[in-house]
Every structure is written in structure tokens, then in C-alpha cells.
Design a protein around this ligand. Structure first.
Ligand SMILES: Cc1ncc(COP(=O)(O)O)c(C=O)c1O
Length: 404
């Protein structure tokens, strides 16, 4: 008789965005005449930039001829893409990362969920609270998180690092020293970030305590302030303690195209064992590479034309962020984020819970956002709006909220 991995049964409720979709569908069915504006899920809405479309077309045409056809991609990614990443995202920023320390993948969600596989079961993880739910849930599936307290909405073996208005949404070093520290800056969902000096503090902490940092920089392209690091490898000592995850979803609109990468420096070791070699083994065994066509599109992201077009695209979303930030402020809300990230984080009014405010906004403004409590217990009483909608919808949503 087969047995299931019953760690899956420990996972509470359904995935946050499934619950939101269900609620919105029910509301729309009951109110078919209502025009709902969705500023909930962090999906982009603008079309791919012209230089990326050209690269995709070119690569498709190559696949039509035996001489230029491409089958399986190299396990760790094509060199043309890894070289472009190493130069543009690292060397040009003064960060010491080689092309062969980069593992190309089909996105940061898979990598952020899978990376825990190369660590022992009895490692203790620490997460920012609130944060992207994938880090905790995948450790639950792996049986690393202990027991769930439904009242507190916490796991007994997870170290939560609250990020609230009281600490300016930046985590403090935890009382108990973790083995694996997940950091995500600019942060989803709070839209906040930490300074380069603060990040250096975490690198020093990890090196001192023999911990590893898994640094999710999916929103790096949205950084506008000078004192914020674009990669953790700008910090001294990060090569011996940090893994970095990157995505092409938010900087280049690849949510439906799928491309990302993970960096594991060769200096990152447990005893004599390089984490790089473990991840290379894992990648080679379980993954057959992002498609050639998509990697060619990824290369175009780093072309001069691509860079200029994507700067404009990110600027478009950041203008929406400004509209939301200022609109909410004018309407009397307490808001943060939106400066180095496409997320605006607001305090719910009148002590409403996050889900109460979700219903309130859906029913009274026909606007969908995301309850902060879905990202961790310290997100309760907060709410996230995204800047990834169209400008017109963003402006309309703000008008509706102001008139609520
Ligand atoms: C923090 C964070 N990491 C990773 C991802 C997933 O990125 P990808 O589309 O590359 O899988 C997201 C998506 O919303 C995210 O918010």
C-alpha cells in the first residue's frame, strides 16, 4: 500500500491567490454588472518589449532549419545568456560573480521552492514576516517546520522575523540563530527594502554564525534609491554565505515566458562541500533547461535597445506605484513601499482585519487587493496593492477608493 508525503496535509488552507480568485468569482457572479479592477496578484500587464519580441521571432526561425535547430539546452544554461547575466548584473556593478556560478532556470518560484532540497532536514529556517509564502510552504512540504499553530498561524520550527511599521519593515536579528535565512528585498509584499549597510550586517551575521542566506532579488529592477544594493554580492563576504535568486518576470515581463536564475558562488561551502556542486547535481538530474527560444529572449533583455525599453516599462509601473501611494495618502491611509518596489503596503483603517478590508474594498470600490495576513501573521492589519495594472485602471481604482 503506497503512502503519501503527509507533510502536504499539514499545509493550512489553499494557496492565497486561489482563495482570492474564488472570492472575486463569487462576487462577480452575484454582481455581473460590476466592473472589477484587479490590483491583487503580482502579474504584469504590459506586452513584451519590441527587442524581446524580435529575439523570440529570430529564435523561432532558427528552430525551423536543421543547421540552426536547438534541442536540449545545456543543464546550467546557454553561455551567451550566462555571460550576459554575469557582465550586466554582476561585474558591471562591481560584484564578483563568474558566468559558471549562474544556473539558468524557468523562474524564481521553482528555484526558491527547490533550493531547500540541498539542505539537511534539521536545519532551522528564518523568514521575514510577512513574506512571499513559497519559502515556508516548501519547507513544510519537506517536513522541516514542525507543527502548525492555527491560532497564531505559525510553525513551531520556523523563526519569524516580524517586519512591521515599528521596525520600518526591516527584520531584526532573531534571538535564536537560524541555519538558513530567507531574505527578500525589495520585499514582497511590503514593498520595503533595506540599505546596503543593513544588508552588509546580515552578511556579516551569516558568516559569523555559519548560516546561509537565500536572497530573493526578484524585484531588483525597481530599486530607485542609491543606498540599496542591487545584488547581495555587492556586500563584502557574501560569496561565502549567500545564494541569490533572480527572475525575469518583473524586470522584463516574463511571467508567461518563464526565465530566472540562481547564483551559487563556488566559495560557499559546508565543510569541504561546495553548495554549487550540489545544486549542479540537482539541476542536472531534475531539470532539462529553459528553452533556447526563451534564453535568446533573455539575452535581448541585456541588449542596449532591450535595456532602454525595459527601463521605460519599469518606469510605467513605478508611475502607477506613485499614483497609488499618493492617492491612498490623500485618502488618509497610512502607506509605505512603492519607492523601490511595485507594491504598496497600507494599514487597514478602523482596525479592520486584512480580510475584512478585502471584502470592504471589493464590495464598495470593486477593487481587488491582497490581504496582508496571507503573507504571514505580522501582515495582519495590512493590505497590498500592486502597481502592475494599467495606468488607466490604477487611476480609476484610486478614484473609487477616494470616493468610498
Ligand atoms: C519574491 C518573489 N520571488 C519569486 C517570485 C516568482 O518569480 P517567477 O515568476 O520568476 O517564478 C515572485 C513572484 O511573484 C516573488 O514575488
Amino acid at each position: 500500500m503506497f503512502k503519501i508525503n503527509d507533510n502536504y496535509l499539514k499545509l493550512p488552507g489553499s494557496y492565497l491567490f486561489s482563495t482570492i480568485a474564488k472570492k472575486v468569482n463569487e462576487y462577480q457572479t452575484a454582481n455581473p454588472e460590476k466592473d472589477i479592477i484587479r490590483l491583487g496578484i503580482g502579474d504584469v500587464t504590459q506586452p513584451l518589449a519590441p527587442s524581446i519580441i524580435d529575439a523570440l521571432h529570430g529564435a523561432v526561425d532558427e528552430m525551423a532549419h536543421a543547421e540552426t535547430f536547438h534541442g536540449y539546452a545545456p543543464d546550467l544554461g546557454y553561455e551567451f545568456l550566462r555571460n550576459a547575466i554575469a557582465k550586466n548584473d554582476y561585474t558591471d556593478r562591481g560584484a564578483d560573480i563568474e558566468a559558471d556560478e549562474i544556473f539558468v532556470s524557468d523562474g524564481a518560484k521553482c528555484d526558491s521552492g527547490n533550493i531547500q532540497e540541498i539542505f539537511a532536514q534539521d536545519n532551522k529556517i528564518a523568514v521575514c514576516d510577512p513574506v512571499y509564502p513559497v519559502y515556508v510552504d516548501t519547507n513544510v512540504m519537506a517536513g522541516r517546520t514542525g507543527t502548525y499553530d492555527p491560532k497564531a498561524e505559525t510553525w513551531s520550527d520556523v523563526i519569524y522575523m516580524p517586519c512591521t511599521a515599528e521596525n520600518n519593515f526591516a527584520p531584526d536579528f532573531p534571538d535564536e540563530v537560524p541555519d538558513i535565512i530567507y531574505l527578500c528585498f525589495p520585499n514582497n509584499p511590503t514593498g520595503s527594502t533595506i540599505t546596503k549597510d543593513q544588508l552588509q550586517g546580515w552578511v556579516d551575521y551569516a558568516n559569523k554564525n555559519g548560516a546561509v542566506i537565500i536572497y530573493d532579488a526578484a524585484y531588483e529592477a525597481y530599486i530607485s534609491e542609491d543606498n540599496v544594493a542591487h545584488t547581495i554580492y555587492e556586500c563584502e563576504g557574501a560569496r561565502t554565505c549567500a545564494i541569490e535568486l533572480k527572475s525575469f518576470s518583473k524586470n522584463a515581463g516574463f511571467t508567461g515566458v518563464r526565465l530566472g536564475y540562481t547564483v551559487i558562488p563556488k566559495d560557499l561551502k559546508c565543510g569541504d562541500v561546495q553548495l554549487h556542486s550540489l545544486w549542479a547535481r540537482r539541476h542536472g538530474t531534475k531539470y532539462n533547461g529553459a528553452p533556447y527560444i526563451v534564453q535568446k529572449a533573455g539575452e535581448a533583455v541585456y541588449s542596449e535597445a532591450g535595456k532602454a525599453q525595459l527601463k521605460e516599462q519599469v518606469g510605467y509601473y513605478m508611475n502607477n506605484a506613485k499614483v497609488i501611494f499618493e492617492g491612498l495618502k490623500d485618502a488618509g491611509y497610512t502607506v509605505s513601499g512603492g519607492v523601490n518596489a511595485p507594491y504598496i503596503w497600507l494599514k487597514t483603517p478602523d482596525h479592520m482585519t486584512s480580510w475584512e478590508f478585502f471584502d470592504h474594498l471589493l464590495e464598495n470600490a470593486n477593487v481587488v487587493g491582497t490581504p496582508g495576513s496571507g503573507f504571514g501573521p505580522s501582515g495582519e492589519g495590512y493590505f497590498r496593492l500592486t502597481a502592475f495594472g494599467s495606468y488607466e485602471n490604477t487611476v480609476a481604482a484610486m478614484e473609487r477608493i477616494k470616493n468610498m
